[in-house]
Design a protein around this ligand. Structure first.
Ligand SMILES: N[C@@H](CCC(=O)N[C@@H](CS)C(=O)NCC(=O)O)C(=O)O
Length: 221
């Protein structure tokens, strides 16, 4: 079994994509608590692995890789079966276009414009008008995903690396809907998708981790 070392705290959503992916692929992971209140990302040794000083960094076969989506694609290409990582470039691109959209469009709108203002900022720090615009933009993106999932059980016909990159965001999205912090128009197919993800033991273990410690006044771990 391949052993990989993940540098990054378990509460980081980007770390979670990597640990969840590794678990789905049956890889052994050693995870080190780095980042947030744990610190450790500004040392010369860490900066040599990731000059951005962010988590995660993964050591695979002695090589340090940063950027969570790149790590997921690397693990998928090394260890995924044909359904998880299609070898045919066009078949893979049918999934990867959604993975890229999940990271660049959906993920950045959700995390930067909605989740971070709602969860990580204090009332005084939050810009209510910017947040309202962010929620509107997010609603449009959720509707796009909902329409796609109306005709597809996963991002593709079978569970794949694209579900890791898109799916890990479903926990935070639904969690802040459940608390009433976020209200979106109904998205039944996205919610069905989340129920199917929750039924996967590796998703429950690696992604469904409370982020309350990241709220203002929390431990930051
Ligand atoms: N695009 C990068 C983003 C990495 C990132 O922003 N990581 C956050 C945690 S989710 C971070 O390192 N924050 C500072 C910290 O935890 O110390 C990736 O996907 O890996």
């Amino acid at each position: 079994m391949t052993q990989i070392t993940v540098h990054g705290r378990a509460t980081s959503s980007n770390v979670q994509t990597v640990t969840w992916c590794a678990a789905e692929l049956g890889l052994e992971v050693e995870r080190l608590d780095v980042g947030g209140a744990y610190g450790g990302t500004a040392t010369p040794e860490y900066k040599a692995m990731n000059p951005n000083g962010l988590v995660p960094v993964v050591e695979i076969e002695g090589e340090a890789i940063f950027e969570s989506a790149a790590i997921v694609r690397c693990l998928a290409a090394m260890h995924g079966d044909e359904a998880f990582w299609p070898r045919d470039p066009l078949a893979r691109a049918r999934l990867d276009k959604w993975a890229e959209w999940g990271k660049v469009a959906f993920g950045s709108a959700f995390l930067n414009q909605v989740y971070i203002p709602l969860v990580r900022l204090t009332d005084a720090q939050r810009d209510a008008a910017a947040l309202a615009k962010g929620v509107e933009a997010l609603a449009r993106l959720v509707a796009i995903l909902d329409e796609h999932l109306a005709a597809s059980p996963w991002i593709g016909e079978k569970f794949s690396f694209a579900d890791i990159i898109v799916g890990h965001l479903m926990f935070r999205l639904h969690a802040i809907e459940e608390t009433g912090e976020l209200t979106l128009p109904p998205h039944p197919n996205v919610t069905r998708y989340y129920a199917d993800l929750k039924a996967r033991p590796a998703f429950a273990e690696h992604v469904m981790i409370s982020f309350d410690s990241l709220r203002p006044g929390g431990s930051g771990r």
